[in-house]
Write a protein that binds this ligand. Structure first.
Ligand code: FES
Ligand code: FES
Length: 217
């Protein structure tokens, strides 16, 4: 038999053997996979019914209140649309501007980012709760007297944020005021007067250079 023929014959044998082995391996893997697939899976857990809404109880500006809320409603919309407290304004509706800030359990929070159902059992303070007997609070009076705001759209959020600060620290420094208000945006850019009005409301003097420049009349 010629060398060429032997080679052809040898290759054919090798090809045959390796093809057979590969076939067996693939067949075994397929059989193993089939066995795996054959194992019965546990039945899926029954889908939970999403909560559609519920009754919540909260104290708003000192008044205990119970109302039904849809699970998707924000606290901002609930205050405005269900309780008629439209002093809480909405600027961005996604937690960026601070316009809608109210005080929940002592903390200023953007009410557009709080679900009403999560306010169940909490204490909520809004801008409507500040004036007593038709008289503005000292903080509001200082803001009005020193013309802290221009269009006033951001005012409720700034005032409630400032109130939360003053409730904890009655005489904050200018830096502390600015830090507390850092999440509030005023499109009319009246920041200096807002800060200085808060200093004045707490019996402190704003920086002299700004008074002499006419920032505070
Ligand atoms: S409206 Fe809520 S943070 Fe802007
Ligand atoms: S006074 Fe106009 S947005 Fe602040």
């Amino acid at each position: 038999m010629s060398e060429e023929k032997k080679e052809v014959k040898g290759v054919s044998r090798r090809t045959f053997i390796s093809g057979t082995v590969a076939g067996l391996v693939v067949g075994a893997a397929a059989a193993y996979g089939a066995t795996q697939l054959a194992v019965p899976k546990p039945p899926p857990a029954p889908a939970k019914e999403p909560i559609k809404g519920k009754y919540i109880s909260l104290t708003v500006n000192g008044k205990p209140t119970t109302l039904w809320v849809d699970a998707r409603w924000t606290l901002a919309n609930t205050l405005r649309n269900q309780l008629g407290l439209r002093g809480t304004t909405k600027g961005c509706d996604y937690g960026e501007c601070g316009c809608c800030n109210v005080i929940v359990d002592g903390r200023a929070v953007p009410s557009c980012m709080v679900l009403a159902i999560d306010a169940d059992g909490k204490t909520v303070e809004t801008i409507e709760g500040l004036a007593k007997g038709g008289k503005l609070s000292p903080l509001q009076e200082a803001m009005v007297k020193h013309r802290a705001f221009q269009c006033g759209f951001c005012a409720p959020g700034f005032i409630m944020t400032a109130k939360a600060l003053l409730d904890k620290k009655p005489r904050p420094t200018e830096d502390e005021i600015r830090e507390a208000l850092s999440g509030n945006i005023c499109r009319c850019t009246g920041y200096h007067r807002i800060v200085e009005s808060i200093l004045i409301a707490t019996g402190q003097k704003p920086p002299l250079e700004r008074i002499s420049s006419g920032a505070i009349p």
